[in-house]
Write a protein that binds this ligand. Structure first.
Ligand SMILES: Nc1ncnc2c1ncn2[C@@H]1O[C@H](COP(=O)(O)OP(=O)(O)O)[C@@H](O)[C@H]1O
Ligand SMILES: [Mg+2]
Length: 257
């Protein structure tokens, strides 16, 4: 396997009864890159992500992370190795504050989540500092004491990204980070995803529907359709790909590229 590849899948398949949700999919995510997975609803994007994160094990195929096989490694062990993820449906706790949500992740990382007593003074300060750092990174510092339920969808998404960073990942998997967001909110998330790579040096693999976002953010795009890889390439290659244009994207979405 290529050492510059941070995450590789080879011939990964996942069935649900008779439905072949993911059908022999291969992908190579280069270290330090922003890589997008696109495709119509039901193409198998979320299921494929789930086989990468260990939420599901594939029925066949192989997944490696930094050259080590992780195909059947437990989800939490992948997190320890440096893989972080957010889910398509928000997984923040709406009735807790922004600070409390991120603190959950930070405490789990510090290994104090299941202790009976709260952390001692100095340790507590370190954890609070880390929470502030993460919230500052996603520009949520000012909303720290607000309930997540009171935030905009975009704010909730940013909180979720901050939580996923609390495990100190090297690679983040984001499943439709812009789903349901207004255009203005989309820009906040785009900035944060760019920063993940530029300021934190992370590798990002994300699923996205919004073509403007994908074409402006990703360096490499994999197109899934009915469980299979339809095409893979740079944004301009994908935009120019006749099969992709005809089968799925439609000319309009790509004409400004
Ligand atoms: N847990 C499940 N049980 C049964 N079928 C599923 C399950 N999850 C996904 N599918 C099916 O697998 C296919 C791919 O779904 P999904 O991965 O969610 O696609 P996408 O994220 O690209 O919209 C769809 O036909 C969907 O109905
Ligand atoms: Mg999906």
């Amino acid at each position: 396997m290529d050492s510059a590849m941070m995450l590789e899948a080879r011939g990964v398949s996942k069935f649900f009864g008779g439905v072949k949700a993911v059908d022999e999919v291969s992908i190579g995510v280069r270290e330090g890159s922003i890589h997008a997975v696109i495709g119509p609803n039901g193409a198998g994007k979320t299921t494929f992500f789930n086989t990468l994160s260990g939420f599901y094990f594939p029925d066949s195929g192989r997944v490696t992370y930094r050259g080590s096989e992780i195909t059947r490694l437990a989800n939490w062990k992948r997190i320890v190795l440096g893989m972080g993820r957010t889910f398509q449906t928000p997984s923040v706790f709406a009735e807790l504050t922004v600070r409390e949500n991120v603190m959950l992740g930070v405490r789990a990382r510090a290994g104090v989540a299941f202790r009976l007593r709260p952390p001692a003074g100095e340790e507590r300060e370190t954890l609070e500092h880390r929470v502030d750092e993460l919230l500052g990174f996603v520009n949520l510092g000012r909303s720290k004491e607000r309930l997540v339920a009171e935030l905009s969808h975009g704010g909730q998404r940013l909180c979720e990204i901050a939580m996923s960073l609390s495990t100190e990942p090297s690679l983040v998997l984001l499943d439709e980070p812009m789903a349901g967001l207004a255009e203005t909110e989309t820009d906040r998330i785009i900035t944060v995803i760019r920063d993940l790579r530029q300021r934190l040096g992370l590798t990002v693999l994300f699923v996205e529907h919004n073509m403007r976002v994908v074409l402006s953010l990703a360096e490499r795009i994999t197109v899934l359709d009915r469980g299979k890889v339809l095409a893979e390439g740079t944004p301009s290659e994908i935009a120019a790909n006749e099969i992709v244009r005809d089968a799925y994207l439609g000319k309009e979405a790509l004409d400004h590229v």
